[in-house]
Design a protein around this ligand. Structure first.
Ligand code: HEM
Length: 141
């Protein structure tokens, strides 16, 4: 699915992470709401419960690089739930960009090669989430 160079780059940058995931998650949401304050209302007032959900998912993806096809149904279902949260297709690009910027600030020696590898992985996941939501909407219609 991904070539070895991409997989190696994602794994090696995950190992170069400087922060605990909860601090990373907090920084991610700070950046996201800074860029797009209108998204704040979609999330619970108390973000502590939100804590690590998104980054836990990202770490699952990192651990599953060799068998992502086993997660296709799970990722599509995540996309259906996001549609129900009110997430639009356009918001995926913004969230991916903020995620990449967050990683850039917390991974030691981050380079354009890391960014490219993560962009491929996130692009794959977002496409599957969007497909899941579209298929669900068309089967419900
Ligand atoms: C890379 C793509 C994304 C991943 C992997 C991801 C992952 C997750 C996960 C694992 C959850 C926990 C709840 C659940 O499993 O249903 C969640 C919740 C949520 N996500 Fe995402 N997400 C992504 C993109 C987005 C985008 C583009 C938005 C748009 C703003 C968004 C907004 C939300 C909201 C509003 C919740 C529910 C918060 C709550 O009520 O607790 N996510 N996300």
């Amino acid at each position: 699915m991904f070539d070895n160079a991409t997989k190696q780059q994602v794994l090696s940058s995950a190992l170069r992470l400087r922060l605990a995931s909860s601090a990373l998650t907090r920084d991610f949401y700070d950046r996201l709401f800074d860029r797009a304050p209108e998204l704040r209302a979609m999330f619970p007032a108390d973000m502590s419960a939100q804590s690590d959900k998104l980054f836990d998912m990202v770490l699952v993806l990192v651990q599953s690089l060799d068998h992502l096809q086993m997660l296709v149904a799970e990722i599509e279902a995540l996309g259906v739930r996001h549609h129900e949260y009110g997430v639009t297709e356009e918001q995926y690009a913004l969230v991916s960009e903020v995620l990449l910027d967050t990683l850039e600030h917390h991974v030691a020696d981050w380079s354009e090669v890391d960014r490219k590898a993560w962009a491929l992985l996130l692009g794959y996941v977002c496409d599957l989430m969007i497909t899941g939501a579209r298929d669900h909407a068309s089967s419900a219609a």
